[in-house]
Ligand binder design. Sequence first.
Ligand SMILES: [Zn+2]
Length: 43
Amino acid sequence: MICPFCKQEVDEPCQNTVEMQRRANQIERCNYALKSLKGIVFG
Ligand SMILES: [Zn+2]
């Protein structure tokens, strides 16, 4: 499945922003997705 945040094909995509933030500590693509999301939200 494609992760809606990472835009990558993964076995277990992030279900929501909370999960994505939690994964960001361990998974580089989620960390990158988190940063770009913050860039959009907080400008
Ligand atoms: Zn993700």
